[in-house]
Design a protein around this ligand. Structure first.
Ligand SMILES: [Zn+2]
Length: 335
């Protein structure tokens, strides 16, 4: 992927393109930011910009050099991943040996150390001198979602390039461009935490539709006239295996109430789950009561409290029952 094609990282990619164009690019860089936001793609994009003969400083993405880089077949561009769960000293020595020699055929060599937080202390120490002073033409990019786990001596030798969580609107666009329908894309984007990788994982596994089903069931149970549906909906989570996706389902429910609040307040541009806005304004729910925003605000808090309770290992069934009963009483109060 070319640097300019990387979605949602305008600052990082602009910084890299400027550095390449000016010829003042750091020989050791640390790409840090959440998982699944394009850091490794950007490292390859940087390699295209440095090595492509067709569009120097940008990378065309289509010539023989670019294609070999993207296919992992170019001798001057290497992506190293940890073996098992850590980088071993032998791998670090390989990087050092490469960075002390001239590139084989391209004008630059790019060595990408993916999951650099997995460098074990001896591997990290082995890299120190090379990070400071590789042979000209060599560029080392460390990629990590956990920069605090790197040795300070490693961090201080690298220019830091920060990557951010991808904005929801961009995630939705990425998903719809791949043919995923809008409603599913919105739900997945609400759950993806800014990660494109998680977005596609959610869409492909159809987890997002299960999450939506669970969230809707809680909401409908809380809106029912009888208490029975509340006990049934909570009892479905008495088994531990069932509870795996519960935090995400609750996060989605909180998002639903938050969006309902935005809609009721007339702040339509803040609504995230747009395809579900008809349900937000639907009958027999907190959401129809446009004259009072307080029940919706409190519903968000109630759901987030249930999330914290689950994270703290309280009894899941009790926490879910309490959550739905609290929402139910908010609806009663509001009517
Ligand atoms: Zn090219």
């Amino acid at each position: 992927m070319r640097l300019r094609d990387i979605a949602g990282q305008d600052q990082a990619t602009a910084l890299l393109l400027r550095a390449v164009a000016s010829g003042r690019i750091a020989h050791a860089m640390l790409f840090d930011g959440p998982d699944g936001v394009g850091k490794r793609s950007a490292a390859l994009g940087l390699a295209l910009a440095l090595c492509c003969p067709e569009e120097p400083n940008l990378g065309c993405g289509a010539c023989d050099v670019c294609r070999r880089i993207l296919a992992g077949q170019h001798p001057d561009v290497r992506v190293l991943a940890p073996e098992t769960n850590q980088f071993l000293l032998e791998q670090a020595k390989e990087v050092v040996a490469l960075a002390c020699s001239r590139p084989h055929e391209a004008p630059a060599r790019v060595l990408v150390i993916d999951q650099a937080d997995c460098l074990n202390p001896s591997a990290a120490n082995c890299l120190l001198k090379t990070l400071e002073e590789p042979l000209p033409g060599n560029f080392i990019v460390l990629v990590t979602a956990a920069p605090a786990r790197l040795l300070p001596t490693i961090r201080s030798r690298c220019q830091r390039v920060r990557f951010v969580g991808i904005r929801p609107a961009i995630l939705i666009e990425l998903a719809t461009r791949r043919g995923i329908d809008r409603a599913r894309a919105e739900t997945a984007a609400a759950m993806a935490g800014g990660s494109a990788a998680r977005l596609f994982e959610l869409c492909e596994s159809e987890v997002e539709s299960n999450l939506w089903t669970v969230a809707s069931r809680f909401r409908q149970a809380a809106a029912a006239s009888e208490m029975g549906p509340i006990f049934d909906a909570a009892a479905a989570f008495s088994d531990k295996e069932e509870r795996q996706d519960l935090p995400e389902a609750l996060a989605l429910l909180a998002r639903f109430y938050r969006d309902s609040l935005a809609l009721a307040a007339g702040a339509d541009d803040l609504v995230f789950l747009r395809s579900h806005s008809a349900e937000m304004a639907g009958p027999a729910d907190l959401c129809q009561r446009r004259h009072s925003l307080m029940p919706l605000r409190r519903a968000v808090t109630v759901v987030l409290d249930a999330c914290s309770g689950l994270a703290a290992n309280v009894n899941a069934v009790t926490a879910l029952e309490k959550m739905m009963m609290d929402i139910r009483s908010l609806a009663v109060e509001a009517s």
